[in-house]
Every structure is written in C-alpha cells, then in structure tokens.
Unconditional design. Sequence first.
Length: 118
Amino acid sequence: MNDLEALLAQSDETVDVLIEAGLEADEELEIEHHLVSADFSKLEKAAVELVKLGYHVEDAEEFDLDDGQPAYYFAALTYCVADKAILAAQTREITEVANVCSVEYDGWGTFIGDEEEE
C-alpha cells in the first residue's frame, strides 16, 4: 500500500519549492505522476484506469532494480497550476488507483523554465 499521508506531504512540499523558485501562481505546468511495478500486467491495469480518469499515459519503460530484477514505470501526465488542493486531489486519485492495482505511486514532478536551455 502507498502511504497517502507521506505522498500528500511530499506534494505540498513540492508546491512550496516551486513557488519559492519563482513560479508564477497562474502558470500552467505539465505534471508527471510516476508509477512503478515489477509486474507489467499490474502496471498496465493502472495505466488503463488512469486513462479512464483523463490522464495521458506515456509508454512504460523497463529498468533494473538494485538487485538486477526488471521493473517497469510510466508517467501519467496532466496540466494544471501549482495549487496544493488540485495536486492533493490528483495525488489522492492516483494513490487510490495505485493501491487497487497493487503498484507503487512514486509521487509527481514537473519542469519549470525553458526545458530547451542547457
């Protein structure tokens, strides 16, 4: 089971960091919610459920865990402003799907600024 309270705290902290970094309150961001599982079929089930809820789901990618075992992850994308209530609602919704599908929800992230600059 995913720890909803810890995920909500992490979400609020991330919003605080974005605002401290100078994010405009009305700036819409691409939010990437990250889900992980060693069982591809469970991850696929979570992806289907998130699409039904209106998220755009990227193709799953494979990676190796520390012990060398394969696992899979994908990002479920949405667009919104950095508002704690909106992101808390999304976190609750995705945590519920992740728990029902028995996959790990690793929280969300975003990019601010021009991603093309280096």
